[in-house]
Design a binder for this molecule. Structure first.
Ligand code: PSU
Ligand code: MN
Length: 300
């Protein structure tokens, strides 16, 4: 894999770095706004005193830290694949290009020595799992990689209670950031509690250090950071449009990798963009917090 010079230097000097995923850019947000968002997220990391490392695979090369032209490719190129960790070796061998999901990004970031990662919402157990068995590869990967992931919970299009149960089974640590409520991605609250609450970046960094001191806990620490109540999607609108979207997905026979992008796009269209704004507000908040955690972590 190819680590950009800026990211390599920061890691070598022990300076703060935040990994960012690219599936949200390529497949989770509408064009052309996605490019502006990708650039804005990198700028937010910098404003927080850390170096952004957006991850993608271009022409068979896993890249940690993208230049301007590479970020533009991720945002605008047609036919870009969606790469979980299971796809990485095949993509490299084929010389393929793709955006990395939470699982693909967390895997590559950890290999590069990056400990803090920000995204929107994790993948998880889909509603109707009992018939489709659709569970995001994000969960299995987070069960075996030592990385701190800042997210607004798991995507609310999922079966949130089932996903929380799976995270528990898999031994993935989950803590709410300044909340006892597990966030609901577009919504401030999912309706489920968390067992642990952390009060700020210093507490998160302390938990990371304790994880290392204990040793052997090669699992993710999920920092669940809710979107501000003023910026969340109206819960009633969310529930109504999501029910319609799930029915539309079933009618259209959408499954596999297409399920998540279909539902995110459906919500954006049928809430007149309100879900997109809530999604972006959540991601921005996560990126800001991740930068502060990376700064605390780098303090050592
Ligand atoms: N968060 C967002 N938008 C997204 C995603 C996360 O705000 O598009 C992506 C992540 O890359 C995550 C993926 O890993 O959705 C999950 O897809 P699936 O359910 O197919 O595993
Ligand atoms: Mn899936």
């Amino acid at each position: 894999m190819e680590i950009s010079e800026e990211v390599r230097d920061a890691l070598a000097d022990g300076r703060p770095v935040v990994a960012l995923e690219s599936t949200i850019i390529a497949h989770g947000l509408p064009r052309p706004r996605n490019l502006a968002v990708a650039e804005e997220l990198e700028a937010l990391v910098r404003a927080g005193g850390a170096v952004p490392a957006t991850v993608a695979v271009l022409d068979g090369v896993p890249r940690i830290g993208l230049g301007k032209a590479e970020l533009e490719r991720v945002a605008a190129e047609d036919g870009l694949r969606k790469l979980g960790h299971r796809d990485l070796a095949l993509a490299v061998a084929a010389g393929a290009s793709g955006a990395t999901t939470v699982s693909g990004t967390a895997f590559l970031a950890a290999r590069a020595g990056i400990r803090v990662f920000a995204t929107g919402g994790l993948g998880g157990v889909h509603r109707g799992w009992a018939t489709t068995m659709d569970e995001s590869a994000d969960l299995g990967l987070l069960a075996r990689i030592r990385i701190t992931v800042v997210c607004a919970g798991v995507k609310s299009i999922l079966d949130v209670p089932a996903t929380l149960e799976r995270l528990e089974t898999l031994g993935v640590a989950v803590a709410g950031h300044q909340t006892g409520d597990f966030p609901g991605f577009y919504l401030t609250r999912s309706g489920r509690p968390v067992d642990w609450t952390v009060d700020g970046p210093a507490e998160v960094a302390a938990a990371m250090r304790a994880q290392d001191a204990l040793g052997g806990l090669d699992t993710a620490l999920v920092v669940a950071n809710p979107v501000d109540e003023a910026e969340q999607l109206d819960p009633a609108l969310h529930d109504r449009v999501l029910a319609d979207g799930l029915a539309a997905a079933e009618r259209a026979g959408v499954g596999g990798q297409a399920a998540t992008p279909f539902l995110l796009a459906y919500l954006t269209e049928h809430t007149a963009g309100a879900s997109l704004e809530a999604n972006l507000a959540a991601v921005r908040g996560n990126v800001r917090l991740a930068a502060r955690i990376a700064v605390e972590w780098a303090r050592g």
